[in-house]
Design a protein around this ligand. Sequence first.
Ligand code: ZN
Length: 472
Amino acid sequence: MTRLAIISEIIDAKRDVFTGLSDKLWEKAEVAFTERASAELLCQALEEEGFRVERQAAGLETAFVGSYGSGHPVVAILGEFDALPGLSQRAGLSRPEPVVDGGNGHGCGHNLLGSGALAAAVAVKEYMQRTGLQGTVRYYGCPAEEYGSGKAYMARAGLFDDADLALSWHPYTAALVQNLSSLANYAVKFKFTGRSAHAAAGPHLGRSALDAVELMNVGVNYLREHMIPEARVHYAITDTGGTSPNVVQAYAEVSYLIRAPKQEQVTGLYSRVYDIAKGAALMTGTSVETEFEGAASSLIPNRTLGEVMHANLTAGGVPDYDADDLRYAEEIRATLSPEDVQAALYGMDPRTAMGLKDKAIADVIIPLYPVEPVMPGSTDVGDVSWVVPTAQCMTACWALGTALHTWQVVAQGTRPIAHKGMLQAAKAIAGTAVEALENPEVIAKAKAEHKERLQGQSYVPLIPEAQMPPRR
Ligand SMILES: [Zn+2]
């Protein structure tokens, strides 16, 4: 039996355990740093499989690490399980309909991510048991990927320091290896304090914090012309200071996300944005304070591991889709715009993109990108990738063109297509892990490439020292 055939057999035998776990996570739909029930479900599943579980890793209530085996090589498999606010949605529909108005939903498919990564870790463990292969497999339960960058705290605490490679995946609308980079980001809230007053009788006595927020945003919008085009800055006014125009707003706040390809570009841009905030405070006679909300490093790709993962993903093949899968995917596809589909084909070679554009399900494995693009988004997998060679794949868990963070993702999250994509990813991850464990030269080459890519730089977390996540 080939390595991948053994892994497939192990995963298929426990298919219902993994898909059931994913569906339970989908139901819990807990957001950043509040994933208590979800984390416990995953911890218990690991313990039932004979993993030693350390809860509250890195001092984070919902982070944990499950280990099996001993000594090197150490394979880190990363799992996420946080949901998004405001995306509650009934399963299996092709129209938006929340379960709970304003409730949470798994709009990024992290229910699949968390359970699929666990399936991979279990498969590696059983493969080790069957074959006597030595080493350690660890499942890292990583909270708050969407908002708060759980992995950055875990990396800062040194949890990945002794790992030899890290593997993960993300549900998507096509199967590929993510050999790309991503933007570093910094999330911060600017809190302005002024003085309230009667807006008609004594406006000269007031100092408007809302004016400061507005002027800050205007200033940042002028900054855009003078920043690198790859950078992204976006904001949300999280407190306008009240609902009465008759009261000068004594307090207001605005939350910013600042992104750029390199760490130093993000820190440079942040200090310019902060200067603008101070300028806005000066102009309005208010004061400003900042509150750190999260930060993620850029992603360092690793072609060596990417190629091994791509070979495993390709060898595993595309799942069988039946008429029901296709029918539902067509229904979802009808709710998407041509631009949604175009965005899903981003970065693909023209031939693959042409072949896919009219399909409801992307039933191919996308070739490796010849040159790694910079993904215009951020992930806290970036922090892990600075410490240890890291590779990630994606699989088709939804109709082609389904955009992340939408009701369509939530609706499809417990359907057979999602389960099939999840198990496909689990097999590719486990196959890659076992291939690396069996071939020390793969790990040596991946580490040499990692060193070369860092060009002498070492990991400096963007999270301020001693900073812990905001309480939730
Ligand atoms: Zn995600």
